[in-house]
Design a protein around this ligand. Structure first.
Ligand SMILES: C[S@@+](CC[C@H](N)C(=O)[O-])C[C@H]1O[C@@H](n2cnc3c(N)ncnc32)[C@H](O)[C@@H]1O
Length: 327
């Protein structure tokens, strides 16, 4: 990523090709710096669809909304930006559509999960073990829970469980024990540098230290932002928000996220044939989505070379086959 760039969006060509196919309502549930949204609006404009389309951009981070507002200003009339959590996607889209007097039902929804490069690179927000900052890690700066509340407040057992569950960290117990011991000696852990030093001392050596640092920081970030809990709700709400024939694309960056997306989509695509052996001719209910990508799409080597953040990205896309309602 070039210095000064807010966020370099991932898998843009693939998103555009699979998601933007007709005029309508497009929802970017993870607006960030507006990179994907800008590409969506540009594509709609080039196809002559812009005057029959609306882009609703959602982010829980006010700094992202400010950045995106500037980036999308050329398409001002075609976009509405909302501060909110994508777990409320159905209610947010419903409200915007009511205010605009348009029929709800989205043609396309994008969720590009996780944190932006801007969030990681802003030292004082505490997302990076490479930078000196506060133990914060909130994407929504109005949210009550900080990473410091967890690091300095959770019991040893809770910390170990968290590092294992959300970081898949093999040294979770030793790191949790060392953290609690540090608290007993020094009163509290102050900032990312102190936390990183404790992890470094208690991780396995060599390259594994970096892995432990990133896993423990990831676990804390997931807990602070409730990332895995809200994802399931966003997938339900997203499918509900789609019009029949509308598509939802989700980019995940680690296996915990991807597993939730994969299972949720598989569940929604499944028809209910009743108890085994009944031999129904028609299912009791049909799945309301079909997969567009049978296997997740991943970035090309070329993209990974120019944007290291793309390295772990996986894109899954589904299409809705029955219409649903938006609250
Ligand atoms: C990977 S970045 C998205 C980058 C964006 N696609 C672009 O092109 O610039 C993820 C963004 O989603 C936001 N975000 C993550 N979880 C969210 C949630 N539950 N609700 C709303 N926004 C969320 C983050 O604040 C961050 O700005």
């Amino acid at each position: 990523m070039e210095e000064g760039i807010f966020h370099d969006p991932v898998l843009v060509a693939e998103i555009i090709a699979l998601l933007v196919r007709k005029p309508g309502i497009y929802v970017d549930g993870t607006l960030g710096g507006g990179g994907h949204s800008h590409a969506m609006l540009r594509t709609l404009a080039q196809a002559g669809y812009l005057d029959k389309s609306l882009l609703i951009g959602i982010d829980q981070d006010s700094a992202a909304l400010r950045e995106a507002a500037g980036k999308l200003s050329d398409y001002g009339g075609a976009s509405v930006l909302v501060k909110g959590n994508f777990q409320d996607i159905s209610a947010i889209v419903g409200r915007v559509c009511r205010e605009k007097g348009i029929e709800p039902g989205a043609a396309g929804i994008l969720l590009d999960l996780g944190v932006s490069s801007f969030q990681i690179n802003t030292a004082e927000r505490g997302f990076s073990y490479l930078k000196s900052g506060a133990l914060d890690m909130r994407m929504d700066c109005d949210a009550p829970l900080h990473a410091g509340d967890i690091v300095n407040g959770y019991e040893e057992r809770e910390l170990a469980r968290l590092f294992y569950r959300y970081g898949e960290e093999p040294r979770s117990r030793s790191i949790a024990k060392a953290l609690v011991l540090y608290r007993q000696i020094h009163g509290s852990v102050q900032g990312t540098e102190e936390l990183a030093a404790i992890i470094r001392k208690n991780a396995h050596g060599g390259e594994k230290v970096i892995k432990s640092l990133s896993r423990v920081f990831q676990a804390l970030r997931i807990e602070v932002n409730g990332e895995l809990d809200v994802l399931g709700q966003a997938l339900d709400g997203g499918v509900e928000t789609l019009a029949a024939g509308g598509r939802m694309a989700v980019i995940s960056y680690h296996s915990l996220e991807d597993r939730i997306v994969k299972r949720s989509f598989a569940e929604k695509a499944k028809s209910d044939w009743g108890p085994k052996g009944v031999g129904l001719r028609e299912p009791l209910s049909r799945g309301n989505i079909i997969p567009v990508t049978r296997k997740p799409l991943v970035p090309t080597h070329q993209e990974i070379e120019s944007n290291s953040r793309a390295r772990s990205a996986k894109l899954r896309v589904i299409e809705k086959v029955f219409s649903g309602s938006v609250s």
